[in-house]
Design a protein around this ligand. Structure first.
Ligand code: TRP
Length: 329
């Protein structure tokens, strides 16, 4: 059986893009493969989050993961820092990672540009820690977006380098897993590209009805179509893309016709869009709250997931230590 691994940073909330782009599909995937889902709290330390907020950030993401349908009976859910084998492998992989190649990573260059006063070594070696996350389970598939592909490339490089240096076949080369062509990129509400945490253009699964309606009603539009058949602006295309994800096909074609006849009222389209988004997210929001307040359940989920993840990681590390030449006296 294939092994799948996916991680998410521990700060922020899940948004519609996370849900329709990844989590909704993970719920299917967990029936077809052995899945590990973890919260990357070590990675989040590169930006020095407050320790008082650290645990609740993790708890929020975990509750959101579960509310989206990740099943702890099928998959292993854990927090990165609770699996020390990850940190151990990270140290070893650091010895095979070169400053030059890490400095060339696009994400590193972006972060340096955005935050020139916090260029710490953890930031430089972010992809090495990510490689450790993946390789510690000898994962085959990693569902990641375009922005993470370069990191996956580094993971493959390190896997090959380790195998070659020690003349072993410990690590398979993981592949990016995409959910086929039916995967829609969820756009933001600001007319720009995709919905993102850092972009501030998102609808979050924990948003209430009022917040969602307000956000959608404020979405950027244009001045409306004037001649039938004229090309659609990116802002309106984005609204139609969102509509096609959350609404019934008849609803989409109704507004499409109105657009083509130049009789569309964007206010009506937005009202419909907000209502249909709520249909998907409000039940999830209710589950998030319920799960978040159920400490006994969260404890059960994490203890189970952590022990499964550690068993898998420990089996890998045995091979790794042997390959490197560590021996007990
Ligand atoms: N870097 C990923 C992100 O920013 C999160 C992540 C950390 C991850 N380790 C991973 C994703 C391992 C997949 C596999 O979204």
């Amino acid at each position: 059986m294939k092994i799948v691994l996916s991680g998410i940073r521990s700060t922020g909330h899940l948004h519609l893009g996370n849900y329709f782009g990844a989590l909704k599909n993970f719920t299917q995937l967990q029936h077809q493969a052995k899945c590990y889902f973890f919260i990357a709290d070590l990675h989040s330390l590169t930006t020095h989050p407050k320790s008082e907020e650290f645990h609740s950030n993790v708890k929020i993401i975990l509750s959101e993961y579960l509310a989206c349908g990740l099943d702890p009976e099928k998959s292993s859910l854990y927090v990165q820092s609770s699996v020390p084998e990850v940190s151990e492998l990270y140290v070893l992989l650091n010895m095979l990672s070169y400053k030059g190649e890490l400095e060339r990573t696009a994400s590193f260059k972006d972060k340096v540009r955005l935050n020139p006063n916090n260029v710490n070594a953890g930031l430089l070696t972010y992809p090495v820690l990510m490689a450790a996350d993946i390789l510690v389970h000898r994962a085959n598939w990693v569902p990641v977006g375009k922005d993470q592909e370069q990191h996956l490339e580094i993971t493959r490089l390190l896997a090959r380098r380790f195998n070659k240096l020690y003349d072993v076949d410990v690590f398979p080369e993981p592949e990016a897993y995409n959910f086929g062509n039916n995967l829609v990129k969820i756009p933001g509400l600001d007319g720009s590209g995709k919905m993102g945490k850092s972009e501030g253009n998102g609808i979050y699964l924990i948003d209430d009805q009022k917040t969602i309606t307000k956000k959608v009603m404020r979405a950027v539009t244009d001045s409306g179509p004037t001649t039938p058949g004229s090309p659609m602006s990116p802002e309106i295309t984005n609204l139609f893309t969102l509509l096609s994800v959350v609404s019934e096909p008849q609803v989409v074609s109704y507004f499409r016709e109105q657009y083509d006849k130049c009789t569309i009222r964007y206010g009506d389209l937005k009202k419909q869009l907000a209502a249909d988004i709520c249909k998907h997210t409000l039940p999830i929001r209710a589950r998030i709250e319920e799960i978040f307040n159920d400490n006994a359940y969260l404890k059960y989920v994490i203890e189970k997931g952590t022990s499964e993840a550690r068993a898998s990681a420990e089996a890998t590390m045995k091979l790794v230590r042997e390959a490197v030449g560590f021996k007990l006296f």
